[in-house]
Design a protein around this ligand. Structure first.
Ligand code: MN
Length: 270
């Protein structure tokens, strides 16, 4: 089995080494193609306005001066074009990627890019207990549970576009209650803070902080993590709000909601 590893914390991140150890339990054919610098919060962004640079560190180890999605494309469309991976693993991220944070996450987006490109992909993230831990975030839970949570997924029949988001709770492995397959939750809408200050040169700066969520809706990844489980969430790309289709269509079809200008722009082309 050929495994491609990537992340959003960069080629030198401690979590990538943790992921490599997890992957080595299953294969010696490990490739690493990761961003040269930290790209946390990069989401699914793609570099198309400037060139990328590729650095070879070893026979199967490369860094890319771009986003996590750039790294995955570099791997599957260029470096591994003739020897594609059987699976793509992303992480282990330093910090949670739970609930609607998957839309910001470079870690999940790398896996998303992998799945869009036709490869079964899994994102891994290690939740930590408090802000300001820097590189002292413990990965003990990911180390203790990584192989256990990955093995059943690797035993599934191969499936293109399979995308799984895994989070490890902030606790010692022995304290973890088990694995819970949970749906994606939602954070509180107002949890993002804007921290302001003045830099040493006298200019104001603004720094966004995603606060820890208190939300623990039943059956969600947030609840699973809060209760001490490893959360496993299958994701898909259809963002359509299916149950809202009729209501929205009605807003345009109904007599009182039929401005000509808007309708014209929504008509299908002949
Ligand atoms: Mn990150």
């Amino acid at each position: 089995m050929r495994i491609l590893l990537t992340n959003d914390d960069g080629i030198n991140a401690p979590g990538l080494k943790v992921l490599e150890d997890i992957a080595r339990a299953f294969s010696d054919d490990i490739w690493v193609v990761a961003p040269a610098e930290e790209q946390s919060g990069a989401g699914h962004s793609l570099t198309i306005t400037k060139p990328l640079r590729l650095r070879k560190h070893d026979e199967r180890r490369y860094s890319v001066t771009g986003t996590p999605s750039d790294a995955v494309i570099m791997a599957v469309r260029h470096l591994m074009k003739d020897c594609p991976p059987d699976i793509i693993l992303s992480g282990v991220n330093r910090g949670a990627n739970l609930a609607d944070d998957v839309t910001y996450s470079g870690t999940v987006s790398a896996a998303m890019e992998g799945a869009i490109s036709g490869f079964s992909s899994i994102a891994f993230s290690q939740v930590y207990a408090s802000e300001g831990m820097g590189d002292s975030v413990p990965f003990a839970c990911a180390q203790g549970w990584g192989e256990k949570v990955l093995r059943p997924l690797l035993a599934l029949p191969a499936s293109q576009r399979r995308l799984i988001n895994i989070n490890f709770p902030a606790m010692e492995p022995d304290a973890v209650k088990g694995v819970k397959v949970a749906r994606q939750g939602f954070h509180e809408a107002d949890r993002t803070k804007v921290i302001t200050g003045t830099d040493p040169r006298g200019y104001d700066y603004y720094w966004y902080v995603l606060g820890h969520s208190k939300s623990t809706q039943a059956g969600t990844d947030l609840e699973a993590i809060a209760e001490g489980y490893v959360s496993v969430t299958p994701l898909h790309f259809d963002l359509t709000h299916h149950s809202a289709m009729a209501t929205i269509a009605n807003a345009y079809d109904g007599k009182e909601n039929q401005p000509e200008r808007l309708n014209a722009s929504l008509d299908p082309l002949p």
